[in-house]
Design a protein around this ligand. Structure first.
Ligand code: PMV
Length: 341
């Protein structure tokens, strides 16, 4: 008889080669592979308890009952697991993230990675890493990359069976730091699920997707060789391509704000002066400035000095999703979130 309860923790991740657009929206099968780095010290911790008398799944986020769409999304996700475990039990899900919500760090990746591990363990399913990653993908595509640790590649695959993420290098392989320049905390108007659906309305999406294998090769090689200059070249190109697709989709999505561009220009200027920095931007206005660990302090200080930058959050490479004791305090225990090398 399984315990029916388990608690797991997972990091968010920053995509170096982006996932944007699905071949299959229901299964979240991506049109192209992607590469990311888990973000150490930032985490979501989720406790799942299946209870016999619960009429529906219940979800609380940071101690507050979640909105109905968020609860429904978790219920739809747990339906996949109920089918796998042949159970009809519903669950109480309590999830806490230690990074500011609306800070442009996608919490859905860490949330669905932690939920997949906690819920499958609670039901007594001892899933191998690949199956756990496939499961997390059903909740949020990028969540499949928060299941394994370090530098991670999500293979687009041919179908549900082979579309999952694997570690290409462990967290201690390369001391990169993501200095996140938070320029706005307002929630984005359009969810990434809606964005993925509109990707193919852009005439640029076909070109972005056709060139993806080349960018994946260059990015993977730059990581394995610890070649910072090549990494920066390819992540900036990839980010610019995705934002060009977004801006030319119907409806047109422009996530940049004036301070986003101010940070991009500053990063280019600093690189010209010899500082190892590069930028990448997900579906929001905040800028992820990638640098080497020894430069993270000065880079964060410079970013803080740019008008419109509200906060800078720095994170190195993080480890895999893992089970923790149910007593771990989620919100005020950043040490408990350290999973990196
Ligand atoms: O996993 P989703 O559906 O939230 O999509 C993530 C999309 C981007 O963050 C923009 C890119 C990526 O690969 O993470």
């Amino acid at each position: 008889m399984p315990d029916l309860t388990a608690t797991a923790v997972a990091c968010p991740n920053i995509a170096f080669i982006k996932y944007w657009g699905n071949r299959d929206d229901a299964l979240r099968l991506p049109t192209n592979g992607s590469i990311s780095m888990n973000l150490d010290g930032l985490c979501t911790i989720t406790r799942v308890t299946f209870e016999p008398d619960l009429p529906a799944d219940a979800l609380s986020l940071n101690g507050i009952p979640a909105s109905e769409p968020a609860r429904q999304r978790v219920q739809d996700f747990l339906a996949c697991l109920r089918q796998m475990a042949r159970t009809e039990l519903h669950a109480r899900v309590d999830s806490h993230s230690n990074f500011p919500t609306g800070a442009g760090i996608a919490s859905s990746a860490s949330a669905f990675a932690a939920l997949s591990l906690a819920a499958s363990t609670a039901l007594g399913l001892d899933l191998p890493l690949a199956d756990l990653s496939r499961l997390a993908r059903r909740g949020s595509g990028s969540a499949c990359r928060s299941v394994p640790g370090g530098f991670v590649e999500w293979q687009a695959g041919h179908g549900d069976e082979d579309s999952y993420a694997v570690t290409i290098a462990p967290p201690d392989h390369w001391a990169l730091v993501d200095c996140i320049a938070v320029v706005s905390r307002s929630h984005k108007g359009i969810t990434s699920s809606e964005g993925h659906r509109s990707a193919w309305t852009s005439p640029l999406q076909a070109a972005r997707v056709a060139d993806a294998p080349r960018r994946l090769d260059l990015c993977r090689r730059a990581i394995l060789d610890r070649d910072f200059a090549s990494l920066v070249d390819i992540i900036e190109l990839d980010s610019n391509l995705m934002h060009a697709v977004m801006a030319t989709s119907t409806p047109s999505l422009i996530y940049y704000q004036p301070a986003t561009l101010a940070v991009i220009q500053a990063v280019r200027r600093w690189r010209g002066e010899g500082l190892p920095v590069g930028y990448t931007i997900d579906a929001g206005p905040n800028v992820h400035v990638i640098t080497l660990a020894e430069y993270a302090g000065p880079v964060a200080d410079r970013l803080q000095g740019i008008e419109g930058v509200e906060q800078v959050i720095c994170a190195g490479p993080g480890g895999p999703a893992r089970l923790v004791s149910g007593d771990d305090a989620p919100s005020d225990a950043p040490e408990g979130c350290r999973t990196g090398g």
